[in-house]
Design a binder for this molecule. Structure first.
Ligand code: ZN
Length: 344
């Protein structure tokens, strides 16, 4: 190879390399260019090896020129690497930039279902009155749901048409009162027990009836418990639950498991007793039933009705938030429409 062509090759290679370095678009591309020219098998390295083909006197000059070219390329590579690194960092920063003026994400905070909130409030009141809160099964024995509660053989509530039977012996409880014998056959008086939860009856669903509803049942057993204790307890409950102006009305009623029995109503929470649409102009809202525990209920669980007496009452829970929030359709509680639940 002649000296001229070797020199021409070197110039050409250097020019091309410089152009490619200046045009490199990424750090990875730049690394590739570096290998192409300066790597162990790179083009400049190869050119240096061809120095042996030159006449001896030209070799030092050529060697110096190649080394100069190497230094130039290395400097150009370093400069370009710096530029690219900076621009890649800038690019990443831009991509990851936080716009602090964007509005934050709003998290929806849950709240208790109106029925749960009501049950929590009921629980709070009866715990304050010294009651034990107990759970009781929703699938109940015929015995506890009816038999132990002194229902006569032919009572219509026991009919298959009125209740959801699972087997001949098991049904979905029709009332939380079913808890009474369960507790009384295991624990001895004095007793102050409260339970609440779902009950089921084979009712057609409309604005005020449902196959699934909620009750709270309380009973107290001790020596010398009278109807006055029952009234005092319900007065206290009504005042705490519906406000201190609330009045309570008792009217004679019949339930197999109490004697005497009474229907419990409170003065209308909307009109205060004047009469309005909610109370259908009567001024009163029915809450449930109450009475003194029937001696037959005591006898079945081995408690002597001559020695002990007790009262019991069961109240519908669904109506309480309905009255409080003027909700006119019971079905809304079970539909879980978020628009409804948010309002309360
Ligand atoms: Zn009213």
């Amino acid at each position: 190879m002649s000296q001229t062509s070797v020199h021409a090759n070197l110039d050409e290679l250097r020019r091309t390399a410089m152009t490619r370095i200046s045009e490199a678009a990424s750090l990875a591309g730049l690394a590739e260019i570096e290998t192409t020219y300066l790597g162990r098998k790179g083009q400049l390295t190869q050119l240096l090896r061809s120095v042996g083909e030159l006449p001896a006197e030209d070799r030092p000059t050529f060697g110096r020129l190649v080394n100069e070219a190497r230094v130039d390329l290395e400097q150009a590579l370093a400069a370009r690497r710096e530029e690219l690194a900076e621009s890649e960092a800038n690019h990443r920063l831009r991509a990851e930039a936080l716009d602090v003026t964007l509005p934050g994400r709003f998290y929806t905070i849950g709240r208790p279902h109106p029925l749960s909130a009501t049950m929590d409030e009921i629980k709070r009141i009866f715990i304050g009155l010294g009651y034990d809160i107990v759970d009781s099964p929703e699938i109940e024995h015929y015995h506890y749901n009816f038999e132990s509660l002194n229902y006569p053989e032919e009572h219509p509530a026991m009919d298959e048409q009125m209740s959801f039977y699972i087997t001949d012996e098991l049904l979905l409880r029709t009332q939380t009162t079913a808890v009474q014998a369960r507790i009384m056959e295991k624990q001895k008086p004095p007793l102050k027990i409260c339970t609440m939860g779902r009950c089921y009856r084979s009712d057609a669903v409309d604005a005020t009836h449902s196959h699934t509803f909620h009750q709270v049942d309380c009973f107290a057993v001790d020596k010398n418990i009278t109807f006055a204790d029952l009234k005092g307890t319900l007065y206290q409950f009504a005042k705490e639950m519906f406000g201190s102006e609330t009045r309570v009305r008792f009217r004679p009623d019949y339930f197999p498991f109490v004697e005497p029995g009474a229907e419990v109503a409170i003065s209308c929470v909307i009109c205060g007793g004047q009469g309005c649409g909610v109370c259908k102009s009567t001024g009163w809202l029915e809450l449930g039933g109450a009475g003194l525990i029937h001696p037959n209920v005591f006898r079945q669980v081995g408690i002597d009705p001559e020695e002990y007496s007790g009262f019991a009452f069961g109240l519908g829970i669904d109506r309480m938030p309905m009255m409080k929030h003027r909700i006119d359709d019971l079905r809304l509680f079970l539909e879980n429409d978020i628009r409804f639940l948010r309002q309360i």
